[in-house]
Design a protein around this ligand. Structure first.
Ligand SMILES: Cc1cc2nc3c(=O)[nH]c(=O)nc-3n(C[C@H](O)[C@H](O)[C@H](O)COP(=O)(O)OP(=O)(O)OC[C@H]3O[C@@H](n4cnc5c(N)ncnc54)[C@H](O)[C@@H]3O)c2cc1C
Length: 595
């Protein structure tokens, strides 16, 4: 298949425009090298990490750093880093595939993701030439480990309210840091830390702090619910002397570093979560085939098939949205570089363009993984509750993903906030399409579908889901204006409608592209997956829309919108039970997640 997409949509534009398969990149388009890199990651986990997973979780001294060094030797820590700084200089899809490939590595996956993401990218994107030369090659090789200190005991989601201070020394040679950071991943063994502090108590800024700097100490390891092998400590700064040349980026502009790095981190978290979810699925399929009750394998029970199929549906759909977005970011980066943007500004600018989608992926990826491991424990019955089974570890380790890289509540709020801000800046025309939908509501409904092409019903369903969002969000903005920001329940409803719709559309476009290339018969199960998701998404959009509308509308307006919502979320009859059985049967036959 051709590895290019045309006329990339801008961030958020999928909501107001019809997307085409040409604008959609799908995982089946990974090239040979990308597949190899992904396989290499999985082999690394199987050979080096999983056999030692108990020792890792017991925090055997030196084990995690040495595994990271091994990963570094194989190039896995420097995939996204330019060659002149010691990396492999690969594209964004490839580096996303590394996060996915290593995603099944439990605590190891967390350590590597923190190192290659928040531990390395601030210096790579915001460092001076001298800072990059000093730190990046050693971070790329794994000789040095990276860490990131933003959170404090009293500032988590409200990160900018940090209390750690920085003051220029009298001789002008150092910033003197005082304060405390908490929950710092890799903090127990890292060599290099990006730390945020306020210069003179108000200019929020970032600093590169090295282990061993005077006045810098780390607390003991936290005792956590999961990811027990991942180092998490507090950092203490007591008159810590940081050389002025270690100020990262501009003084007072630390928020730009903190927030821009998060966009990429959110997409990568989705990739890692899906890697973990696929691995958990394989474990569950194999368990369900071998565990017998009532003289038959539990995989033969419809209740278990439902679970296996639903796990696969959620993974496949989320993956469709992930790589659709990753390719948009990659193409935008290429465009910006072609227009003269330097390396760092290009990728950050590209990720910023798709910040809405990155937030949606973070929420969905983390919730897909939670769903998969939760049902995975259920498939394992009592054994799922035993530490001896991998699924139990997967369940404990999954939970953190909804908390860090911005909690899922914060990300849901951001999704709508960013959409409305883009609309206000004139970057995303939400008002025009929203007005068109309210006009349509007043007119006689058109129940027909003139489009007789393949997937016409599904295309219309997606278009209608978008109308449901535009109608609900448009009316909420008009009615509540500035007070909408205080109505978080409504914002959450709209965010969920957006995630469901973006996901369903990504899955539909993937199926349409596959069918156009190879014909329908090859992809019947993928079409089943897409239809199962779409069917449920229509109901869910209806529910979230109803909750929102009932919260702000009254009288005739309320009745009219509820009727419109019902029309926009009408599903064609579909036997999802049979579809789920077909999906589960295929995986049972293949002995693994195989889509
Ligand atoms: C294992 C682990 C590893 C971590 N690694 C790092 C790291 O390497 N570096 C680092 O800097 N940080 C790290 N963190 C910190 C993490 O990013 C924060 O825990 C997270 O941002 C949430 O902050 P908080 O814990 O203070 O929760 P709070 O901000 O107190 O949130 C508590 C609850 O309130 C909700 N909430 C907060 N504000 C709002 C709002 N405005 N509207 C609606 N709901 C709201 C949240 O969604 C959440 O449900 C890590 C945390 C953990 C547990």
């Amino acid at each position: 298949m051709e590895n290019t997409i045309s006329q990339t949509l801008k961030g958020g534009e999928w909501l107001i425009k019809e997307s085409t398969t040409q604008q959609t990149y799908i995982p089946e388009e990974f090239n040979e090298e990308q597949r190899m890199v992904n396989d290499m990651c999985i082999q690394f986990l199987n050979a080096e990490v999983l056999p030692q997973i108990d020792k890792i979780d017991k925090m055997e001294a030196g084990l995690m750093p040495s595994l990271m060094e091994k990963a570094g030797e194989q190039g896995l820590l420097g995939v996204a880093i330019p060659e002149d700084l010691g990396g492999l200089g690969k594209d964004f899809i490839t580096s996303t595939l590394v996060n996915e490939g290593l995603g099944g590595g439990f605590s190891f996956s967390v350590a590597v993701a923190a190192h290659t993401g928040i531990g390395t990218l601030p210096i790579l994107y915001f460092g001076t030439e001298a800072q990059k030369k000093k730190y990046i090659p050693k971070l790329a090789s794994g000789e040095w480990k990276g860490s990131y200190g933003l959170t404090e005991p009293n500032s988590g989601s409200d990160a900018l309210s940090a209390k750690t201070t920085a003051k220029l020394s009298e001789d002008g040679k150092y910033y003197i840091l005082n304060g405390q950071k908490c929950w710092i991943t890799n903090g127990g063994f890292a060599d290099v830390y990006t730390v945020f502090a306020k210069i003179d108590g108000d200019k929020f800024s970032a600093f590169i702090v090295e282990r061993g700097m005077e006045g810098f100490t780390q607390g003991p390891e936290e005792h956590k619910m999961g990811i027990k092998g991942s180092s998490t400590v507090q950092l203490y700064f007591q008159d810590c002397k940081v050389p002025v040349e270690n100020l990262l980026g501009e003084a007072g502009k630390g928020h730009i570093i903190a927030f821009n790095i998060l966009n990429i981190g959110r997409l990568k978290l989705c990739a890692a979560a899906l890697g973990g979810a696929k691995m958990s699925m394989d474990i569950c399929i194999q368990y369900a085939k071998t565990r017998e009750q009532f003289k038959t394998a539990i995989a033969n029970f419809g209740a278990i098939k439902y679970k296996l199929a639903q796990m696969a549906i959620r993974i496949w759909v989320s993956e469709s949205a992930l790589y659709r977005t990753a390719k948009w970011i990659e193409d935008k980066e290429t465009e910006l570089r072609a227009n003269g943007s330097p390396f760092n500004e290009a990728l950050l600018g590209a990720a910023e363009e798709y910040a809405i989608e990155c937030a949606m992926l973070k929420v969905d990826g983390s919730e897909v993984l939670d769903y998969v491991v939760d049902e995975g424990v259920q498939i394992h019955g009592g054994n799922g509750y035993s530490d001896e089974y991998m699924i139990s570890r997967a369940y404990r380790d999954s939970r953190i993903n909804r908390i860090y890289e911005g909690t899922n509540e914060i990300n849901r709020l951001l999704i709508v906030d960013m959409m409305l801000k883009r609309a206000m800046k004139g970057k995303l025309d939400l008002m025009g399409p929203a007005m068109a939908v309210s006009k349509e509501l007043m007119s006689i409904p058109d129940f027909g579908n003139e489009d007789e092409t393949a997937f016409a019903v599904e295309k219309k369903a997606i278009a209608n889901m978008k109308k449901a969002i535009l109608m609900t969000a448009g009316a909420a903005v008009q009615k509540l204006m500035m007070s909408l920001q205080d109505e978080q329940e409504i914002l959450m409803n709209i965010a969920d409608m957006a995630i469901l719709t973006f996901n369903a559309e990504s899955a539909l476009l993937r199926v349409m592209k596959l069918v156009a290339e190879k014909g329908e018969t090859e992809y019947l199960l993928q079409a089943d997956i897409m239809r199962c998701y779409l069917n449920d998404a229509l109901d869910a959009v209806n529910k979230f829309g109803k909750d929102a509308i009932n919260a702000f509308a009254e009288g005739d307006e309320q009745r009219m919108m509820l009727l419109g919502l019902k029309r926009f979320t009408k599903a064609a009859p579909f036997n999802s039970k049979n579809a789920r059985r077909r999906i589960a049967d295929k995986m049972i036959a293949e002995n693994k997640y195989c889509f």
